[in-house]
Ligand binder design. Sequence first.
Ligand SMILES: *Cc1c(COP(=O)(O)O)cnc(C)c1O
Ligand code: SF4
Length: 335
Amino acid sequence: MIQQRVAAWQSRDWHAELAAAVKDPHELAALLDLPVAALGIAEAANTQFPLRVPRPYIARMRRGDPRDPLLLQVLPTHAEMIATPGYGADPLAEHAANPVPGLIHKYFGRVLLILSPACAIHCRYCFRRHFDYAGNTPGRARWQEVLDYIRRDDSITEVIYSGGDPLAAGDSLLAWLTEQLAAIPHLTRLRVHTRLPVVIPARIDAECLAWLAGTRLQTSLVLHVNHANELDADVAAAVGLLRAAGITVLNQSVLLAGVNDCAERLTQLSEQLFSAGILPYYLHLLDRVQGAAHFAVDQARAITLHRAMLARLPGYLVPRLVEEVPALPYKRPIN
Ligand SMILES: *Cc1c(COP(=O)(O)O)cnc(C)c1O
Ligand code: SF4
């Protein structure tokens, strides 16, 4: 089954699928059998953070439904342009934890590397929508500074590839960097935070698996799926390849009004994740980033939803409900 799916995407090139992502609202509307006016796209929002959605992801949206939970995650709307008090451009104060360009060191033992400014998909609620990527994506020479920082601090045991989306970077950079990191004795773990295998499963190809599975570092991959409809047979096949290579596959979701703020949907998401070989890890409260306030679910409601999950699911399928708080050395558990 996996082999068949995978054989089908050997003929597909992820670079081409990335380049073919839909950026034109009219094209998106046509693909969904909707009049463009039904999408309610705001030009100002589209200019600030442009529409971008890969075709394999569009294929999982319901035709003719302007409230489709996958569509809502990518549509630039008027609501984004409403300034909301308490929402900022750098809600996590990552600026303060950015000692070297390209590296964020906020939590004990773990550093996050900004591998690529780009993402395959533009998620409207993303806390990185205002991030200074231009000043934070090192060229290969600048990576030496990052590597030196990690070499100097032997309390660091885990490196997290992040972005943007780290898998939007090419495999030659990823393979080179992974090799450099594996040569640092105090590092034991490598983690990749990515949404790319969800939106373009063909990204998990032989070149990618070569460095991911070939390193001495113990490797995990944390996907980002918010709704069960985001999972299909191709995503499951990509995850199957990762697992066959000995990689632990986890998921983090964001609690989003109108998308997944429903006990039924969250329960179904956990069950479908597990069917696809993925363990739920975190369920995040929305980061208070300017332009995303209309996705917010208040804390009391989040706790109610989380308790409903606890009451219905085995413990290992209940993600940790957390909130990111600047200055705290971990993600704050809620409930
Ligand atoms: C979330 C995050 C991590 C990883 O935290 P875990 O609890 O280990 O998943 C590391 N660094 C930063 C800056 C983060 O936001
Ligand atoms: S960083 Fe993740 S959440 Fe943000 S736009 Fe990229 S894929 Fe979406």
